[in-house]
Design a binder for this molecule. Structure first.
Ligand code: CA
Length: 239
């Protein structure tokens, strides 16, 4: 696949990280735009319409969270957040506001490139393979019969409860994006009360067991600790 046409905007005030990310992207043939400040990033976003934004949350002139809010009012361009390990709440807030994914600093070349590829592939601008269609659909090793509400793994039916089925369909529809606990709970149960996360985790554990994934050996459903879950078919193909 020729990815040379993809234009990526990096907004990051730390020079080392900005240069590292730029070098990685250029080596992979992406066009790269760079901004040190949020306001410059906003101007570049407006004038160049990048295909993807890599955003540091801690910027000198504004909170990266504000940038996400502003962009999401008018654009669905994927946003990949760079965050420090200590700021779990920031990650969750960024995802809830519409960021597509995050990478925790320090990160390696392979991880960054995989996340970018995944975000671009799932971007609605280039077709939305994650959207729920009537009839039958498949995602990685999973096949879903939407009419009959049945799920198959490699041709074998997996008996899911109604709640488990709803979770699977919701996550499959958001393939590639990290869905936070709150987003999933809101979608599935409609309200978020005490014990909701535990209830979700129990359901997720059952789903993973039923589709044949062991903890630590997940190829399809990825547990983002303390944040949420992501379904990824990209990594299945490449790792
Ligand atoms: Ca920073």
């Amino acid at each position: 696949m020729n990815r040379n046409k993809y234009k990526i905007l990096i907004i990051e005030d730390e020079e080392n990280i900005r240069n590292f990310v730029r070098a990685v992207l250029q080596a992979h043939g992406y066009q790269v735009l760079c901004a040190e400040k949020g306001e410059d990033g906003r101007m570049l976003f407006e004038s160049h319409g990048p295909d993807l934004v890599i955003l540091d949350l801690g910027l000198p002139d504004m909170d990266g969270i504000q940038f996400i809010k502003d962009v999401r009012e008018k654009s669905k361009a994927p946003i990949l957040v760079l965050s420090a390990r200590s700021n779990e709440m920031d990650k969750v807030q960024a995802l809830d506001l519409g960021a597509n994914d995050y990478v925790t600093k320090p990160f390696g070349t392979a991880e960054l490139e995989a996340r970018i590829r995944s975000a671009l592939r799932n971007s609605s601008r280039y077709g939305n393979p994650g959207s729920v269609q009537p009839g039958r659909g498949s995602k990685g090793k999973l096949e879903i019969d939407y009419d009959a509400r049945r799920v198959f793994v490699e041709g074998r039916e997996v008996k899911l409860t109604q709640t488990e089925y709803n979770i699977v369909v919701f996550l499959v529809g958001k393939t590639g994006k990290v869905m936070t606990y709150a987003e999933i709970i809101q979608e599935i149960w409609g309200w978020n009360g005490p014990g909701s996360i535990k209830k979700l985790q129990v359901n997720m554990a059952n789903i993973r067991k039923k589709i044949g994934e062991r903890p630590g050996d997940a190829r399809f459903i990825h547990n983002e600790l303390g944040v949420g879950y992501r379904i990824s078919v990209e990594e299945e193909n490449h790792y």
